[in-house]
Design a binder for this molecule. Structure first.
Ligand SMILES: [Zn+2]
Length: 1101
């Protein structure tokens, strides 16, 4: 009621009314002050009465009232005040009273105090201030009252809020506010610190604008900021003014977002100043924010270096039979000769980096998640599987030969001849050891292979005798005998290198210890124990002599003549657990500081090249005993260059995939000449992915030859101080998809060596070479029993001249009766493939588990063989594997993006695998399940990607009629079963959404064109598990092989489910598993989808 009167009198502002108003407001103020918190007067009412009031005392009284009211009740009252338009009224008062000269200081002070209080709660504060013209009023006040701390403080507080609006920031900059702030900030003093703090906050906000940052640089303020920071750093010894120090750094951080700012920072010796101050701050944990911001600034300003390479194109060249008209390879070939592709003008990207104060950076994970939603297929036509007949049947008929089990006349061949089938009878086409079997290649005639050419002029080295002279295990004859590998003539003979191992007994004991049968908790009552093939048990399937034989028939572009010991000796899974490595606090920061040190103390850096594939005589290193020796010139090896940067620290550069200028991730190299007990640091400096499981517990793998010959041939997880971070090597836009200003990433790890005169190997993941596959396949023959039908064909030859094996595994018909032959021929087909991506070696280990299970003697394995015919292409990209590629084939392309239109010449393995499937579709025998095994570098566990119209529609929000959504739910059964029986498998990580970027992958094409509903990609982690039995452990070959075996068991269960032809069963399965409740299947799927949406998904398939 009182306030109602006020409104009336304020309108005309007559003297009498003003007098009344003064009295009334004074009274209200008194009331409120005396009643304190019990004052329940709605704040908002007070506001509407001050408009146009010209009486200063009245306004002041009202402002006091407001101030009192807004102080109590926390932010709620401020919110009400804002919502009733209070901010606008305050601005009006500010404006009208500013016209009085001089304006009442008390009034201005009160107004600004109130505005400061309100500003942070009003999202449109900045806009309102600008539109009302209040910006200049405040600015002028500040200008006129630089010495008046009492009035200055609230004004700066308001200015701080204005500046957070980017348009205001620019306009304030124009009015000289940046310069103004620089007048206020001052050297160390105990006085007016809160004023200084607010001024710095405002300055920091203003400098987010690039024009303001430029203004600060032009005004010569970068050295000023650095000097001030140093002054506060030196004088604030008790760390009472962290916020001021941080404020100075934030201003520097924002200025250095522009190129000019970085230049000024470097010129002002900023690197050294921040490096030294940060080093002094390091021991005090509470100063971490200062160290982190300093580190961020230094990383940004660190001059971008070029990779120490002549070109980013692979060090090896392979001339393609023809260059595709478009695409990455065409681009690579069209590049003018002599162009420097290592760097470009890439520093003109003024990227604003997130202020990552924490130790890890996963900003890009977020990005991935967002882009993935744009990637969902929304075209319903594309979502509905449309069987595509592909090539005419006449053309496909040639593939009939790979399905002789569907027509073979067992009556004649097997049963009448010898009574029992023989291995030979069924395997007319073994995997060829040489090119003599090329006649089985159906495409031989039409695809003449051009001989591979290499970049080096050295003639091909003779393949025999095998040169193992890079191995110098002992030069000192006094060390213990059994460790010696004679190498006096430089050519160690294989027999001395192999067996019997000097401590054969130890191996026996260890094997016995390792022997384990993993039994499955078999809920469905299969009633059997699954004997998971253990690597130790299976070491008989590894034969070094056979391996060497296989290597001789393997064709690599660099014509490798050496064999890496781990592939030669084999690998036995360690018996100990290998948990995820816990990350020590501050590791990344200290590594980055060591990198920055290189710039601060350049004289401490050796910069000594110790390995270089780009020089023809590589590796020629004078052996002064001061450097490690590196080598990777063996199958699957990948190391291009090694540079000793400090006594015990090396920068390593990986080679690009052949016919490509990027894809660096996979590595496999040899190290020797080490000192025992010394810690070495290795930095792989040209990684490309924005984040890595190396930041989340994954370690690298190491293999010691000394350990191997002492009876422990095995890869072990190793490395401390591991982290993965963005470095200062510029990535050429040519290799970054046209994006400028990108950097590479460093994977760093430290390790020490236990043995003198050892030869050790490091790898990204457990290596599995093409020669290993061939050895393994030849050894699989030995597992054949009269009941097993095993046939090995050569599907085709690759560009590089390697054959691509195709396996057929099933059970022999029970007898030659018509019924049994008929059952045999009518078994559903299961089609499996793996290793289209060479760097995903885990896929090969899973495949090994599958193959060995299928060839096993367990009742489950027999049932499985009797239930299905298995068609398996265990390595879709032999050339990539052989040549140490990470992702591509020799054509420089990702083969798993070629399934829509594979080219018979450039992508023969994909072309012929797809043709096999097309042939099957033509004869109405499309497989029941198709699964392509992959590895995943950024997620934990094992999981599947499948294809579902319904789930894609749900996630994309496109409208669809219910008939569009008619879908058999069978695609969920297999992953569901796997999540029940395989401890590494996680249903929660599975996705059944069809993405546009994946439309040319095996999974999507086989689903859409061949019409296979259960078409999957199975992704195995490179790191480890975060759920189930293996939670907290890194994954090993045992778990990977077990996964492969359990995939088979799941297929057997699937057989029983599909045999019922009744989805009620499936529903039960889903219900009991997902949530022992009454959810319908759809709800279950929706729930898991909802959970999935919150997870990140990688772009890899
Ligand atoms: Zn993959």
């Amino acid at each position: 009621m009182l306030l109602g009167q006020l409104e009336k009198i304020n309108g005309e502002a007559m003297v009498r009314d003003a007098e009344t108003a003064r009295q009334v407001t004074a009274k209200i103020l008194h009331l409120i002050q005396t009643q304190g918190e019990s004052a329940h007067t709605p704040t908002c009412h007070a506001t509407s009465y001050s408009v146009n009031t010209r009486d200063v005392q009245t306004i002041l009284n009202i402002l006091y009232i407001l101030s009192e009211l807004l102080t109590v009740g926390k932010g709620r009252r401020v919110g009400v005040f804002v919502s009733k338009g209070g901010t606008g009224i305050l601005f009006q008062i500010l404006l009208s009273n500013s016209k009085e000269l001089p304006p009442s200081e008390e009034l201005m002070l009160q107004l600004h105090s109130l505005l400061a209080k309100v500003g942070s709660k009003d999202r449109k504060f900045g806009v309102k201030a600008r539109l009302s013209g209040a910006l200049n009023v405040t600015v002028n006040l500040v200008k006129q009252n630089l010495q008046n701390a009492k009035l200055l403080l609230p004004c700066l507080q308001v200015l701080r809020v204005y500046s957070t609006n980017s348009v205001n920031a620019i306009s304030l900059g124009k009015n000289g506010v940046v310069e103004l702030m620089f007048k206020i900030i001052a050297p160390y003093s105990k006085k007016n610190t809160s004023l200084l703090k607010v001024a710095l906050d405002a300055l920091g906000a203003l400098l987010k604008s690039k024009t303001n940052a430029r203004r600060a640089v032009d005004g010569g303020h970068v050295p000023v900021l650095l000097a001030l920071y140093l002054d506060w750093h030196r004088n604030d010894t008790r760390h009472r003014h962290m916020l001021i120090r941080k404020g100075l750094l934030v201003s520097l951080r924002n200025i250095t977002n522009i190129k000019l700012g970085r230049k000024a920072f470097l010129e002002a010796d900023g690197m050294r100043i921040l490096y030294n101050s940060s080093t002094e701050c390091l021991p005090v944990r509470t100063l971490d924010p200062l160290v982190n911001t300093s580190s961020l600034i230094m990383r940004k300003c660190f001059p971008k270096n070029r990779l120490p390479l002549p070109t980013i194109k692979s060090a090896f060249q392979y001339q393609l039979p023809h260059v595709p008209a478009a695409g990455p390879v065409a681009q690579l070939y069209s590049q003018p000769p002599g162009v420097d592709d290592v760097v470009d003008e890439s520093d003109d990207n003024d990227e604003t980096e997130a202020d990552t104060e924490n130790d890890t950076e996963n900003e890009e994970d977020e990005k991935d998640h967002h882009t993935s939603n744009d990637d969902i297929e929304t075209d319903l036509n594309k979502l509905h599987p449309k069987k595509n007949p592909g090539r005419p049947f006449e053309e496909l008929r040639v593939y009939e030969r790979f399905f002789s089990e569907l027509s073979e006349d067992f009556q004649v061949i097997l049963f009448l001849k010898n009574g029992i089938p023989t291995a030979q009878a069924l395997s007319p086409k073994r995997v060829p050891m040489s090119s003599s079997q090329e006649d089985v290649n159906p495409t031989k005639g039409q695809n003449p292979q051009l001989p591979p050419s290499t970049s080096t002029s050295t003639p091909p080295a003779p393949l025999t005798p095998l040169q193992l002279d890079t191995i110098h295990l002992s030069k000192d004859q006094n060390t213990k005998d059994e460790a010696h590998i004679p190498s006096t003539d430089g050519h160690a003979t294989l027999s001395t290198l192999t067996r019997p191992p000097p401590q054969g007994q130890t191996i026996e004991q260890e094997l016995a210890h390792v022997l384990e049968c993993v039994s499955l908790d078999d809920e469905a009552g299969e009633g059997a124990v699954l004997e998971v093939p253990d690597t130790a048990l299976l070491l008989p399937l590894h034969d070094p002599d056979v391996y060497v034989e296989m290597v001789k028939g393997t064709h690599s572009v660099p014509q490798y003549a050496e064999v890496a010991y781990p592939d030669y000796f084999g690998h036995i899974t360690p018996t100990f657990r290998e948990p995820h490595q816990e990350r020590v606090y501050g590791v990344q920061r200290s590594k980055i500081f060591q990198d920055i040190e290189r710039l601060i103390h350049p004289n401490d850096i050796l910069d000594k090249v110790v390995y270089d594939l780009d020089i023809p005589s590589c590796p020629v290193i004078e052996d002064d005993g001061e450097s490690l020796k590196f080598n990777s010139q063996f199958e699957s090896g990948n190391l291009r260059k090694a540079i000793q940067v400090r006594k015990y620290e090396y920068d390593l550069v990986l080679n690009s995939d052949i016919n490509s200028n990027h894809y660096h991730q996979w590595f496999y190299f040899e190290v020797s000449g080490m000192r025992v007990g010394t810690t070495y640091r290795f930095n792989i400096i040209n990684c490309e992915k924005s984040n890595s499981q190396f930041n989340y517990g994954m370690q690298v793998l190491m293999y010691s030859v000394q350990e191997a010959i002492s009876g422990r041939p095995r890869w072990v997880r190793t490395g401390t101080d591991i982290c993965y971070y963005k470095n200062h090597f510029a990535r050429s836009s040519i290799a970054a998809g046209g994006q400028k200003g990108k950097s590479y990433y460093t994977l760093t790890f430290s390790t020490s060596f236990r043995h003198k005169d050892d030869v050790c190997y490091f790898a990204y993941h457990y290596p599995y070479t093409y020669s290993t596959l061939k050895m393994h396949l030849s050894k699989l023959e030995a597992l054949r029993t009269p009941q097993i039908y095993l046939r090995q064909d050569v599907l085709c030859e690759t560009l590089g001249g390697n054959s691509c094996p195709l396996l057929t595994i099933t059970a022999m018909p029970e007898s030659n009766s018509n019924d049994h032959i008929c059952q045999f021929r009518n078994r559903p087909l299961i089609f499996l493939s793996a290793r289209v991506h060479p760097g995903e070696t885990n896929a090969s280990w899973v495949m090994k588990g599958t193959l060995e299970f299928l060839m096993g003697t367990s009742p489950l394995a027999s049932s499985l063989r009797e239930a299905y015919i298995f068609k398996i292409v265990p390595m879709l990209n032999p050339d990539g594997v052989v040549n140490g590629n990470h992702r591509c084939s020799l054509s420089g392309e990702d083969l798993n993006r070629q399934w829509q239109n594979p080219n018979p010449e450039l992508h023969p393995t994909i072309y012929h695998t797809k043709s096999l499937l097309q042939y099957l579709a033509h004869i109405q025998r499309a497989p029941l399940v198709f699964c392509d095994y992959h590895g995943h570098s950024r997620k934990k566990n094992v999981f599947m990607y499948g294809c579902s119209v319904k789930e894609t529609v749900w996630q994309s929000n496109i409208s669809a009629t219910s008939s569009d959504l008619q879908e058999d739910l069978g695609y969920r059964a297999l992953p569901k079963i796997l999540s029940q029986i395989a401890p590494a498998f996680s249903m929660a990580s599975c996705s059944f959404v069809v993405e546009r970027s994946k439309e040319s992958t095996a999974r999507v094409v086989v689903w859409r064109e061949i019409g296979v509903q259960r078409s999957y990609t199975m992704e195995s982690t490179l790191c480890g598990c975060d759920q189930g039995k293996y939670k907290g452990l890194q994954i090993g070959t045992r778990e990977l092989e077990e996964m492969g075996a359990q995939f088979c068991v799941a297929l057997l269960r699937l057989k029983r489910l599909t045999g019922l032809r009744n989805h009620q069963h499936l529903l039960d399965l889903e219900k009991t598993q997902v949530h022992k409740s009454m959810y319908t299947l759809d709800e279950c799927i929706k729930r898991s989808l909802m959970m999935y949406i919150f997870r990140t998904r990688s772009s890899l398939s």
